[in-house]
Design a binder for this molecule. Structure first.
Ligand code: RB5
Length: 142
């Protein structure tokens, strides 16, 4: 079950991403927001992060205007590795090297086509493990 969350600045791109997931026959849980009305990204990021930590959803997809606010919020959670991705090669490395469990997309600064490539690469790329496993094990602070 894939998790989705956004603020108002990411709402339309979140709806587009749902069509990509539908086309692949993938299930998802949408943590909101559910319209383009102004809202606060932590109200949607924290519930999705908690669901990831409980193992209820994996991976997560998150969108705000720049990707920074929602990504900062998600990464407050020790079990979350949220990666801001604006190119598909960064998304590929976020999975292969960082074992990112959330891909964050900057909704106001990215095309639909680049978004599609990023989501597909993120979903299709496995973690390489090895030296990268040692590094990500050192990320949590408690
Ligand atoms: C909303 O206007 C915008 O500030 C938010 O989507 C995000 O970019 C913050 O980091």
């Amino acid at each position: 079950m894939i998790g989705l969350c956004s603020d108002h600045a990411g709402y339309e791109l979140k709806e587009y991403i749902k069509t990509l997931l539908d086309a692949r026959g993938l299930s998802y849980k949408d943590f909101g927001t559910y319209s383009s009305d102004s809202c606060d990204y932590p109200d949607y990021a924290h519930p999705m992060a908690e669901a990831i930590e409980r193992g209820e959803v994996y991976p997560g997809i998150a969108i705000c205007g720049t990707g920074n606010g929602i990504g900062m919020t998600l990464n407050k959670h020790q079990g979350v590795r949220a990666a801001l991705c604006w190119r598909s090669d960064i998304a590929q490395l976020a999975r292969a090297h960082n074992d990112a469990n959330v891909v964050v997309v900057p909704g106001r600064f990215i095309s639909l086509e680049d978004t599609r490539k990023i989501i597909e690469v993120f979903l299709d790329t496995p973690f390489e493990g090895g030296r990268h496993a040692r590094r990500i094990q050192k990320i949590p602070v408690r």
